[in-house]
Each structure stands twice: as structure tokens, then as C-alpha cells.
Design a binder for this molecule. Structure first.
Ligand SMILES: Cc1cc2nc3c(=O)[nH]c(=O)nc-3n(C[C@H](O)[C@H](O)[C@H](O)COP(=O)(O)OP(=O)(O)OC[C@H]3O[C@@H](n4cnc5c(N)ncnc54)[C@H](O)[C@@H]3O)c2cc1C
Length: 319
């Protein structure tokens, strides 16, 4: 029964029958993957005392999986500057993990942003996830700050002038919603690489084929940096589907089907979510992908389970 379910899930993920692809090997989730896999985790800065406690419980649970780095987002419109800074610096001070600070162009002059970057460098933060950001909700379309960095590529170049940061940037397997065309969006990614980006982390997606075809296009465009798939374990399907529409990520029909009837059943939703994301990672890994970036939403359990399935384990569990 489990076997049939996972086979069906894999077929759904790859659209095996529609595209006539070779079916996947029969052994699915039952066998953990070899631990050549590296992972990274993304958190957002907490707003309340209770959220701080929750975040640190999640960080502590995931830390033994030895992520390559953990990143902390910068609130839309640059609204979490202090909280992002405080969280990143605390990770640096209190854990062995490599923290990465997200930083956006929004609502600040170049001088201000350079000062934030310098303060990160002075606090021992060497990795910045460099983004344009979005206009705050209700503020209409994006307009650059008159004295600011207009786009992420400009910010990458600016940060490199401040200090030799390691820079990650965003990439969009389904094209950024404001891009004129997929080719234009790829040119933009190339500009970010030319400005000094060492790695791209993708917007989340659900169909592994979407990522794999994007990677083909990235490589065909001569972009050679690592492109890490952004994996979103779905804790709240309705909310994720809404969010996906806003950021141009498609939600396959089979996902609506899988989550149907589970709105009031968080436990089953969690189990389904873990199997969907684990299978997504397994299919990607079978196609040569060996690094994954998890959008944790500050919750550890799902990510921990998916990592376990992928063979990413604590030293004790791996022994
Ligand atoms: C991994 C990841 C992490 C993220 N973290 C955060 C976060 O912490 N905080 C946050 O607010 N948002 C975050 N975002 C969302 C991101 O800010 C938005 O997706 C934003 O709309 C685009 O950011 P970007 O860095 O990709 O922008 P850019 O790379 O600057 O691209 C934005 C758009 O402008 C176009 N463009 C680029 N250069 C030019 C140009 N010279 N002329 C005309 N058009 C141009 C591009 O094609 C694209 O359509 C994240 C996204 C991802 C994928």
C-alpha cells in the first residue's frame, strides 16, 4: 500500500505518464539517501518573546544536522533590520553554525545599506543573501530608493565594495513575476553572478521537473555557480497556495488533490507534507542535486524528518 502511494506520488511529481519519462526505480522513501547531501535552513526574525523561544527551539533541533549555513530573512520593506541583525549575530555567538543575513535594497540609501553591511562584517558575518526585495504591501509597484541600490545585482556589487562577503542571490525556476521574459530574468541572474554572487537559491517550486529544466537553461546560459533548490515543506496548504500565486510559483493540481479535506487536520497534513517534500528532494537527488535550502517557517519538525529521509542525520543517528 505504502509502496503504491509513493509510486503514485513520484509519478505525480514527474508527470511520468504524460511526458513518457522512464519510471523511477521502485524503491522510494524506504531507503535513505547517502549523506552526500548538504542542507541549509532559512528562518525569519521573530516578533514576540514566544516567537523567539520557538525559533531557538527550532534552531537547536536542526543544528545537529550540521547545515552548511542558516539564513535569516529581512522583512518586506526592510522592516526587520534590527531583528534580523540581532538574530544573525546571536546565531554567530551562540552556535557553531555559519549564519547568513538576508539584505534587501528596499527603503534605504546606499550609505545606509553599506553601514548595515559593515556592521555585519564587524560582527563576523561573512555571508549575505542579497536581494532586491518587494515594495511593502499596498505600496504598488517597486520603485527604487532615489539614493539606493536599484536591483539585486547593484547591491551585490555594492556589498563587494564594502567587504569580500560570500554572496548568495535569488533565482526563479518559473521566472520572476516582474521579469519581461524568462531570457531577461536569466540575463539578470547572470548580472548578479558577474557582480560577484557565489550561489543562487531558488524560489520554491513543487514539480522537480520545473527546477531541472531551469537548471538546464542556467547552464546553457553559461552560469556555473551552484543553484540550490528552495524547498518549502507545506505546513498550511491554503496559505502556501495563495503565497505561491503572488510569487509566480505554480501549484500542481495533484497537490490540491493530496491536501483536499485536510484543512482541519494538521497532523495528517504534516504527514502528507513530509512525504511530498521528501519525495521532491529524492527525485532531485536522483537527478544529481546534492544541496537543498529549506524554507523552515521557523518550524523544525518537518525539515528534520525530510533531512532524516535524505540521510542527513545527527552524528548519533548516523552511527
Ligand atoms: C531565496 C530567496 C530569499 C528571499 N529573501 C527575502 C527577504 O529576506 N526579504 C525580502 O523582502 N524578500 C526576499 N525574497 C523575495 C525577493 O525580494 C523578491 O522575489 C523580489 O521581488 C526580487 O528580488 P531579487 O533579489 O530576485 O531581485 P532582482 O534580481 O533585482 O530582480 C527583480 C526583478 O527585476 C528585474 N530586473 C533586474 N535588473 C533589472 C534592470 N536593470 N532593469 C529592469 N529590470 C531588472 C528582474 O528580471 C526581476 O524581474 C527572497 C526570495 C528568494 C528566492
Amino acid at each position: 500500500m505504502i509502496h503504491r502511494v509513493t509510486r503514485n506520488l513520484a509519478s505525480a511529481l514527474l508527470n511520468v505518464t504524460k511526458h513518457g519519462r522512464v519510471p523511477l526505480p521502485a524503491m522510494m522513501i524506504a531507503a535513505p539517501l547517502p549523506s552526500d547531501v548538504t542542507v541549509s535552513f532559512e528562518f525569519f526574525p521573530p516578533t514576540t518573546d514566544a516567537a523567539v523561544v520557538n525559533l531557538w527551539a527550532s534552531i537547536q533541533r536542526l543544528a545537529p544536522l550540521r547545515p552548511a549555513y542558516v539564513s535569516v530573512t529581512y522583512g518586506a520593506g526592510g522592516t526587520t533590520r534590527e531583528r534580523t541583525h540581532a538574530t544573525v549575530v546571536r546565531i554567530r555567538r551562540e552556535t557553531e553554525m555559519e549564519p547568513a543575513a538576508h539584505l534587501t535594497c528596499i527603503g534605504a540609501s546606499k550609505t545606509d545599506i553599506d553601514a548595515v553591511a559593515q556592521s555585519y562584517w564587524d560582527a563576523g558575518i561573512r555571508h549575505i543573501v542579497t536581494l532586491r526585495g518587494d515594495a511593502p504591501e499596498g505600496a504598488g509597484t517597486y520603485t527604487p530608493h532615489p539614493d539606493g541600490y536599484a536591483f539585486a545585482a547593484d547591491l551585490v556589487a555594492g556589498l563587494k565594495r564594502v567587504a569580500p562577503f560570500e554572496i548568495s542571490v535569488a533565482a526563479y525556476p518559473e521566472t520572476h513575476p516582474e521579469a519581461k521574459s524568462p531570457a531577461d530574468d536569466l540575463d539578470n541572474l547572470k548580472r548578479k553572478v558577474d557582480a560577484g554572487a557565489a550561489r543562487a537559491i531558488t524560489q520554491f517550486f513543487f514539480n522537480p521537473e520545473v527546477f531541472l529544466r531551469f537548471l538546464d537553461r542556467v547552464r546553457a546560459a553559461g552560469i556555473t555557480i551552484p543553484v540550490i533548490p528552495g524547498i518549502m515543506p507545506v505546513t498550511n496548504f491554503r496559505q502556501t497556495a495563495k503565497f505561491a500565486i503572488a510569487c509566480g510559483a505554480s501549484v500542481p493540481l495533484w497537490m490540491y488533490d493530496l491536501f483536499e479535506g485536510l484543512d482541519e487536520d494538521p497532523i495528517t497534513r504534516q504527514l502528507v507534507a513530509a512525504s511530498v517534500a521528501a519525495e521532491q528532494c529524492r527525485v532531485l537527488h536522483a537527478s544529481g542535486v546534492d544541496a537543498f535550502h529549506f524554507y523552515t517557517m521557523n518550524k523544525a519538525d518537518l525539515c528534520y524528518a525530510i533531512c532524516h529521509v535524505m540521510g542527513v542525520r545527527t552524528a548519533d543517528a548516523a552511527a
